[in-house]
Design a protein around this ligand. Structure first.
Ligand code: CP
Ligand code: NVA
Length: 305
């Protein structure tokens, strides 16, 4: 694994390795065993969008691995004033060992990786959110126990999170069904790939999608960058709320996952959120362990080159 740009680039083995590494790093942390695997390594974190979990999980993750992390807002670095992505890459590779970037265009992340000799990590684009999904699959394993023959259902906007979830589920053998309103389906190429490679279903009917699911997943109706569409989207997605009526058609043991931040009363009912808060905040915690795993694997693999 040279970079971590989208889950399509990873093998199933890579994904399982990251999940298992995340679980092992969590065990060490819980046992208060120091694990300075990346001693003296430096991570740069470029952010063009807001973040709570991704920023803190990568920064604290790197510190607990014995390294150092530096927050680089595009409002403050020359990239935001027009310095090219290629030149930014050629400068940062001289100082850093890893770069994480959260931005709008997937092509910008790919370009940064192309021009950088050090590994690049995608911390969310409009297209996908792969680091989130490693933590989600880890949480699924902890609660559901296995992947084969299990089912995850995603309700709502066919956005960046949905795109990565489809790839992550298919690559680990989880059946995935989605309910999204017409016109808001996930990426067409990802859906076509999923249909050809695993158990994939998409419908506009949330009750149909959620039937016998082991996990129900949702995300906001308006992602970062879509603020002007919020009111219109509230109308389009109105019937796509994850609530107790929907949970009745899922398995009795079904967990609820949400990448957060949540808009309670919109994509998830407040009572459903609180009934499943343990799973949702375990999922948020797992960002820390999963992101450590991503950084460790990238550094280990780059040493093999
Ligand atoms: N889920 C997620 O990526 O959270 P942040 O936007 O807070 O990083
Ligand atoms: N789909 C959301 C995810 C936030 C973590 C967004 O892109 O804003």
């Amino acid at each position: 694994m040279q970079d971590f740009l989208k889950l399509q680039d990873l093998t199933s083995l890579d994904i399982h390795t990251l999940i298992d590494k995340g679980i092992e790093l969590k065990r060490l942390r819980n046992a208060k065993v120091a694990h300075p695997i990346l001693k003296n390594k430096n991570l740069g974190m470029i952010f063009s969008k807001s973040s709570t979990r991704t920023r803190v999980a990568f920064e604290i993750g790197m510190v607990e691995l014995g390294g150092h992390a530096i927050f680089l807002s595009t409002n403050d670095i020359q990239l935001g004033r027009g310095e090219s992505i290629a030149d930014t890459a050629r400068v940062l590779e001289r100082y850093l060992d890893l770069i994480m970037i959260r931005t709008f265009k997937q092509s910008d992340v790919e370009e940064l990786a192309l021009h950088s000799s050090i590994p690049v990590i995608n911390g969310l684009t409009d297209y996908c959110h792969p680091s989130q999904v490693i933590a989600d699959l880890m949480t699924f394993k902890e609660y559901v126990g296995s992947y084969d023959g299990k089912k995850l259902c995603y309700i709502g906007d066919g956005n960046n999170v949905a795109n990565s979830l489809i790839v992550g589920c298919i690559k680990t053998g989880i059946a995935i069904s989605l309910a999204c309103p017409a016109g808001h389906y996930p990426d067409t190429a990802i859906m076509d790939w999923a249909k050809a490679n695993g158990a994939f279903k998409i419908t506009e009917d949330k009750f149909d999608a959620a039937k016998d699911a082991d996990a129900i997943y949702t995300d906001v109706w308006a992602s970062m960058g879509q603020e002007s569409e919020i009111e219109n989207r509230k109308k389009i997605f109105k019937s796509y709320c994850v609530d107790e009526k929907l949970m009745k058609v899922a398995k009795k043991s079904s967990i609820v996952l949400h990448c957060l931040p949540a808009h309670k009363g919109e994509e998830i009912a407040e009572d459903t959120f609180e009934l499943h808060a343990k799973e949702i905040f375990d999922e948020a915690e797992n960002r820390l362990h999963a992101h450590k795993a991503i950084m460790v694997k990238l550094i280990e693999d780059s040493a093999l080159d």
